[in-house]
Write a protein that binds this ligand. Structure first.
Ligand SMILES: Cc1ncc(COP(=O)(O)O)c(C=O)c1O
Length: 315
């Protein structure tokens, strides 16, 4: 494939059938493998949609500065797209998130401002301080707030994921099931399916350890990127068939199985998606197709707990 620039490497990801994980007499399970995007996650799709959308509207011009507060994956995606489009990027980050995510943003030339957490914990107070600092910076002349929790381009950025799935499966998709952070990836993919004329049932997932969507009460959990503890801004509950809570430890164990048994190396939210897809496959039965999302690449998690040898020994 010839490319004009690195943005052309976003999307057109493989859709892999997880036959080895399908329950006997159950539905087919297909995983959209997004870890091959340039910064290793589906966030590249939304970063290019937000920044190109703003440039097309004239709200953002080459040389301007993009500002966002981020725990890492969104920041890396924005930093990458800014590098290609000739934009500056300032991330408001914190020492509560991993150092490698800071280095990834800096590798793309971003300025990374670190808000002190005090004790390494991600707390509502820390997030509020990060957001406030980003808003102050974004109000300066020549600055643009990417607004990952509000810009409609975020959800729109994931529509191609649905179009790609519909094309690859010739429109035969019965269910789309995935964990939500902002809800943009799930809803945007559902929008893309709908644009292709496919009406699949849509099911949202969250960690059982932070069951805000199913019980109204969030909690501490370890699945990065999801279970944000407030109503996901892009989640359209009226479009959902169901919302399910999945145990994070089964999700992490599934990550290890995926890597060892089928060579799919992913993060905790992907493991969680596959656990729920397997249950749904047993419920739906034969002749049905389930699609779920492989949100990102496992190499982002090598410094964390999911792939530690001690965890492997216990598996
Ligand atoms: C690894 C990972 N999985 C899942 C999600 C959830 O995606 P969305 O915010 O589009 O619902 C995110 C978002 O930050 C993520 O980083």
């Amino acid at each position: 494939m010839l490319a004009r620039h690195a943005l052309d490497a976003i999307g057109h990801t493989p859709l892999v059938r997880l036959e080895a994980f399908e329950p006997a007499g159950g539905a087919e399970i297909w995983l959209k493998l997004e870890g091959g995007n340039p910064t290793g996650s589906y966030k590249d799709r939304m970063a290019v949609a937000v920044l190109r959308g703003a440039m097309e509207r004239g709200a953002l011009r080459p040389g301007d500065r993009v500002v966002e507060y981020t725990g890492g994956s969104t920041g890396a995606a924005l930093a990458f797209v800014c590098a290609v489009l000739g934009l500056k990027f300032t991330a408001v980050f914190s020492d509560a998130f991993s150092e490698s995510k800071k280095l990834a943003m800096e590798a793309f030339g971003a300025q990374v401002l670190v808000e002190r957490s005090g004790n390494g914990a991600i707390t509502p107070d820390l997030i509020a301080r990060m957001r406030d600092r980003a808003r102050v910076l974004a109000a300066e002349p020549g600055s643009f707030y990417a607004d990952q929790f509000g810009s409609p381009d975020v959800r729109r950025g994931y529509e191609p994921m649905g179009l790609e799935v519909a094309g690859d499966l010739a429109g035969e998709v019965h269910a789309l099931i995935a964990a939500v952070g902002t809800g943009a990836a799930l809803m945007g993919t559902a929008d893309g399916l709908r644009r292709a004329g496919v009406e699949a049932q849509v099911i949202a997932l969250e960690p059982l350890q932070s069951p805000f969507l199913t019980t109204g009460k969030g909690g501490a959990h370890r699945v990065e990127g999801i279970g944000v503890g407030f109503e996901p801004p892009f989640l359209e509950r009226s479009r959902l068939r169901d919302i399910r809570a999945v145990d994070q430890d089964s999700a992490f164990a599934m990550c290890r199985r995926l890597a060892r048994e089928v060579g799919i190396f992913a993060g905790g939210s992907t493991g969680l998606n596959v656990v729920a897809a397997i249950d749904l496959a047993a419920e739906l039965g034969p002749g049905k197709r389930i699609v779920t999302l492989g949100c990102d690449n496992g190499s982002k998690y090598l410094g964390g707990h999911i792939y530690r040898t001690s965890a492997l020994d216990q598996a």
